[in-house]
Design a protein around this ligand. Structure first.
Ligand code: ADP
Ligand code: MG
Length: 239
């Protein structure tokens, strides 16, 4: 697990205006932190800066006590999954989840054990021999999570992981994903524009608007006592 600290972090693309503006935030060791806000407010950009996929324009990023602005992505101990966690279609669930371990030349017995453990945590026990095409969208997303997390990184970044699923599946997974993510044990930053998702699964929520963090607190705090009129309106607006 790892603490993530953003100290006045800003991002502009080219000579344009700041799409992330002076963000100050401490994400605690092991918590599930949801970054919530409307489309285009800068959520993915924040996540990509934490992953090391986007350069920080100004300010400082600290991960696990290390200054991380200039760390290569592979040195950050981070896993990230996106909307459509694309799987290898010709490989079984077992092979998909185990693939990063095979790449890292882990011992096969060790790999089998870790894959089995991961499948259990994600509710995929009976499906290890199946190919992705025979799974539901929700099951495929779980396999993508397993593959991202099998090397046990200390930070797990998720960018709108449910948004490509249909409404029914989204509702079902929304209830379960918090428990699954917690069982993986990493510090998790979860990006969404869906306030119900945020309120359901977060330990704490940060609400963003136009590159600025407007409020941070537990679901109950931001819902009952929103810091701004925007936060109040956004949290209570229907999907
Ligand atoms: P969100 O994830 O909240 O929808 P993003 O972080 O993707 O928002 O984008 C924030 C803003 O930054 C948007 O206005 C978007 O157009 C802009 N942006 C994102 N990536 C780039 C890029 N590579 N070049 C220029 N502008 C970008
Ligand atoms: Mg985004």
């Amino acid at each position: 697990m790892a603490e993530i600290v953003l100290d006045g972090v800003s991002k502009s693309f080219g000579s344009g205006q700041r799409v992330v503006d002076g963000m100050r935030l401490r994400i605690r060791d092991g918590e599930v932190f949801v970054l919530l806000g409307p489309s285009g407010c800068g959520k993915s950009t924040v996540l990509r800066m934490i992953a090391g996929l986007e350069e920080i324009t100004s300010g400082d990023l600290w991960m696990d006590g290390r200054h991380a602005n200039d760390l290569e992505p592979r040195d950050r101990d981070v896993a990230m999954i996106f909307q459509s966690g694309a799987l290898y279609p010709h490989m079984s669930v077992r092979q998909n989840i185990g693939f990063p371990l095979r790449l890292a030349k882990e011992e096969p017995g060790e790999t089998a054990e870790k894959v089995t453990e991961m499948a259990r945590a994600l509710g995929l026990d009976g499906l290890l021999g199946r190919k992705p095409a025979t799974l539901s969208g929700g099951q495929r997303q779980r396999v993508a999570m397993g593959r991202a997390m099998v090397r046990e990184p200390s930070v797990f970044l998720m960018d709108e992981p449910l948004s490509s699923l249909d409404a029914g599946l989204r509702t079902e997974l929304r209830m379960e994903i918090g428990g699954m993510v917690r069982s993986l044990g990493a510090t998790t930053v979860y990006v969404t524009h869906d306030q119900i998702e945020a309120l359901t699964l977060a330990d704490r929520i940060g609400v963003m608007r136009d590159g600025v963090l407007q409020d941070v607190g537990t679901p109950q705090q931001v819902y009952d006592d929103p810091a701004t009129v925007f936060v109040a309106a956004f949290l209570s607006s229907p999907q």
